[in-house]
Design a protein around this ligand. Structure first.
Ligand SMILES: [Zn+2]
Length: 569
């Protein structure tokens, strides 16, 4: 005789006692042999009993249709289905094929009483299932209402502490998140840095992407969708919303027919539960990014949105900070009219990420108009003194230096050739017996030491000549900029200004009330004796220029004391 055994285990009842796959199989096999079945075929599903369209269930019913099956053995009617209707449909199919049904946990009798009892039991199982669902969802709801998580939300930038059900900040990832947000914000005029561009930059920088949602392995690249999810995730502002969507039954969709699929439903906002989590992105920045992403299509080339002349160049000079200061628009409600005015600022990046464990930067933000004016005045000052600069460049004599270096390199190479010639001669003399052994050794050691000294010198010379070549290229670019822009400084477009600033300025460091401008061409800028209002101070061998005090008034009419002095160094 042949028995087919149907087993089913799903995640929801795996933990329940007596329902493990092993127990089900062992008991069913024992029953089969008690019934005198020598042959057994086992079918096993790992899908919830709510679904009728289960792979193994379909197979076992097909097997029964083929004939030759005497018994259908199952641990419990609830393994067949959670819903009474479905239990009845399945048992009817089995009976139609004249196969006897046997349950371990239930005595199946093919009588009216037996059927009634079977139906009763089925409806109780359905009721219990509904109760379990209610209980787990109630438990989750209660936990969420208390501001507690029930499982890891899997958000890049956070780790999950299973002991306390709380999130902690993954510093490394949080920094990447902040960087992504600031890229979107710092986009220049007519530029749009969106998910695609952000993903490209992250891949360029070879930053590893978050774990994929399905497989636990790391994905190889950042995808646009991943980036968009991060850029629009409100959790980074310090509040995680739970119970936003009702996804009951969604995970079993793959077993459902297309018309039976359950879709996620968004719950009304008042049903959401807010959980406080560590903040990574300031609310204002987050909202600004949403605004940019939403209005991406409206930003066309040439259109004026906030533009930051010094974007990427400004560093925070607060003690032990040194983070980038990024351009940011800050809104203020105007007192006169009931309207919102926007002001451009440079803000230290370490001010915004409230990364736990990292001291938040206390530096004040700098009005962008003021800072840009200070830097631009200096830069245009350098450009309007081309004679002085030309003199400086000539005094530096980069071209001359390069020529001398190349001559010396040729000389050292010749000496090296001569030394190896000499060495060969000694060895030949050795072999012919002309030079005594101990004397020859002494000479060879001396040659070896000389060669080592010369090779070291050669390496230094080559490195220095590379450095000089770079210097020459930079100076050439600088000369070109002088020729191209110096005559029409008043008419430069934003892009041209930005190009000039980038060419001449390496860094702008905001140290409280001082601004330090670091020139890019070493040894040449700054240091021009023709620059106005400046004194030359020799500090550790580097030239430092100190500018005069700066106008305190901010463009919006308020007193502005963030910047009082310019230090160019
Ligand atoms: Zn700072």
């Amino acid at each position: 005789m042949l028995a087919v055994i149907y087993l089913r285990v799903s995640t929801e009842d795996q933990a329940r006692e007596g329902y493990s796959l092993e127990v089900q199989e062992e008991r069913c096999r024992r029953r089969a042999s008690e019934l005198g079945c020598k042959r057994v075929e086992v079918f096993c599903d790992d899908v919830t009993g709510e679904i009728l369209n289960r792979p193994a269930l379909t197979l076992i019913l097909e097997r029964i249709q083929q004939g030759g099956v005497d018994y259908f053995i199952c641990f419990d009617p609830d393994r067949l289905a959670r819903k009474l209707m479905n239990q009845l449909v399945i048992t009817e199919k089995i009976e139609q094929a004249r196969v006897k049904i046997d349950f371990i946990n239930f005595e199946w009798r093919d009588t009216p009483d037996g059927r009634l009892f079977y139906q009763l039991r089925g409806s109780i199982a359905e009721f219990e299932k509904a109760k379990i669902l209610m209980r787990t969802s109630d438990g989750k709801k209660k936990k969420a209402e208390k501001g507690m998580l029930t499982h890891s939300p899997g958000i890049y930038g956070y780790g999950y502490d299973k002991e306390t059900d709380t999130l902690w900040v993954n510093q490394e990832e949080a920094r990447v998140v902040c960087m992504m947000y600031s890229w979107v914000l710092e986009a220049g005029r007519g530029q749009y840095v969106g998910p695609y561009e952000v993903a490209r930059r992250l891949n360029d920088m070879q930053i590893s992407p978050p774990r994929g949602p399905r497989d636990k392995s790391k994905e190889a690249y950042w995808h646009r969708g991943t980036v968009r999810r991060i850029l629009t995730n409100e959790t980074y502002t310090g509040t995680l919303y739970l119970r936003v969507e009702d996804s009951t039954g969604v995970k079993n969709n793959r077993y459902r027919a297309p018309e039976e699929k359950v879709s996620r439903k968004k719950r009304p906002r008042e049903e959401w539960c807010a959980v406080q989590v560590p903040l990574i992105v300031e609310r204002q920045i987050w909202e600004e990014v949403q605004y940019r992403l939403r209005d991406a299509r409206r930003i066309k080339p040439g259109m004026s949105i906030e533009q930051y002349l010094l974007s990427g160049l400004v560093r925070c000079g607060a003690p032990e900070c040194g983070h980038t200061m990024h351009g940011n628009r800050i809104s203020r409600r105007s007192r006169v009219k009931d309207s919102i005015k926007y002001y451009r600022y440079y803000v230290c990046t370490a001010k915004s990420p409230g990364i736990t464990g990292v001291e938040r930067c206390r530096s004040s933000s700098v009005p962008a108009d003021r800072l840009e004016k200070i830097v631009w005045d200096k830069v245009s000052g350098w450009l309007t003194n081309p004679q002085v600069l030309a003199m400086e460049l000539k005094e530096q004599g980069v071209g001359e230096n390069l020529k001398l270096l190349e001559e010396e390199i040729v000389g050292v190479r010749q000496q090296l050739d001569a030394a190896s010639e000499e060495r060969a001669r000694i060895i030949r003399g050795y072999q012919k017996g002309i030079i005594p052994e101990d004397e020859g050794d002494k000479i060879l050691i001396e040659i070896k030491e000389r060669v080592e000294r010369m090779e070291k010198r050669l390496a230094e010379l080559i490195e220095e000549s590379h450095r000089q070549q770079l210097l020459e290229e930079e100076q050439l670019a600088f000369r070109e900029a002088v020729d191209e822009f110096a005559g029409r400084l008043q008419e430069l477009t934003f892009e041209e200004k930005r190009h000039v600033v980038r060419l001449l300025v390496d860094k702008v460091i905001v140290e409280g009330r001082n601004v330090v401008i670091r020139g890019r061409i070493p040894g040449v800028l700054p240091g021009g004796s023709g620059l106005n209002n400046s004194e030359k101070v020799l500090d550790n061998g580097n030239f430092t220029l100190r500018g005069g005090p700066v106008d305190h008034r901010h463009t919006n009419g308020r007193d502005m004391d963030a910047i009082q002095r310019v230090v160019v160094g």
